[in-house]
Design a protein around this ligand. Sequence first.
Ligand SMILES: Nc1nc2c(ncn2[C@@H]2O[C@H](COP(=O)(O)OP(=O)(O)OP(=O)(O)O)[C@@H](O)[C@H]2O)c(=O)[nH]1
Ligand SMILES: [Mg+2]
Length: 301
Amino acid sequence: MTTHAGFVALIGEPNAGKSTLLNRMVGAKVSIVTHKVQTTRARVRGVAMEGESQIVFVDTPGLFQPRRRLDRAMVAAAWGGAADAEIVLLLVEAHRGITEGVERILEGLADVAQGRTVALVINKIDRVQSEVLLGLTKDLNDRFDFAETFLISAERGHGVEVLRSWLAKTLPEGPWLYPEDQIADLPMRMIAAEITREKLTLRLHQELPYQMTVETENWEERKDGSAKIDQVIYVVRDGHKGIVLGKRGETIKSVSQSSREELTEFLGRKVHLFLQVKVRPNWLEEAERYSEMGLDFKDGN
Ligand SMILES: Nc1nc2c(ncn2[C@@H]2O[C@H](COP(=O)(O)OP(=O)(O)OP(=O)(O)O)[C@@H](O)[C@H]2O)c(=O)[nH]1
Ligand SMILES: [Mg+2]
């Protein structure tokens, strides 16, 4: 049996649908998804099997013009993901077309393209008339020498099978990189923190999601088979703490409930989830917070 295996990096602007595509390819929710930009903060790997091929998808934070230290670390993680992959997929949103952000990514792509295959994935085709796609495909291919172009809807699944078979046959021959039944490589405590962060991001408005982080502090396996999970939500201001808690604690209660439900489903057993909100004005400048998120904390950041 000749096996194929390798890394496929998903890059693109924030909100392009990278995490949605990863989850669809893997067939499970490995990376969190929201309608807001900058949801994914670190690299998340998900493994998909296709015949004799093992495709390891690397979801990355969106590429945008970074301002803060966290932004820079996220963008560095995204380009790093591309540089480590055999195949790079650039996701572009069909209805937004060639934005300034896409232009900038195309410029950066020239560097990482060396020695790897770069393909174009136009996503969210469900949002446009099909005539638009022909022009967009041409314009993008005029700007960069893509190996292939795929038109997909990650959310609805259109075009995803064609993309998957192409990846399977394009990846180099080689032994599988993960056990056949493994779908993700994030530690459970990190996945659990991400699930809570997703629920918070969906509930909170404006800048708050970008100024908060979630960490799993303690994980206890109980004799009755259930898991007790303690998590901390770090915010930068007292006022933010009040917003996260909500009136009479309603916000945190509903976040806790939806996170616990998803964790229960994910783990297949009972979960006791305890959330605590802590004000930590400087968390965005603390090395430990970055390592908890799976990001590099460097002087240059
Ligand atoms: N209509 C439509 N919406 C989609 C499609 N794919 C993803 N979305 C939506 O686009 C939004 C962003 O999706 P994500 O998967 O979180 O995007 P992302 O590229 O991972 O975003 P960041 O992590 O912020 O970089 C979500 O609301 C998705 O439901 C699609 O094919 N069609
Ligand atoms: Mg994402």
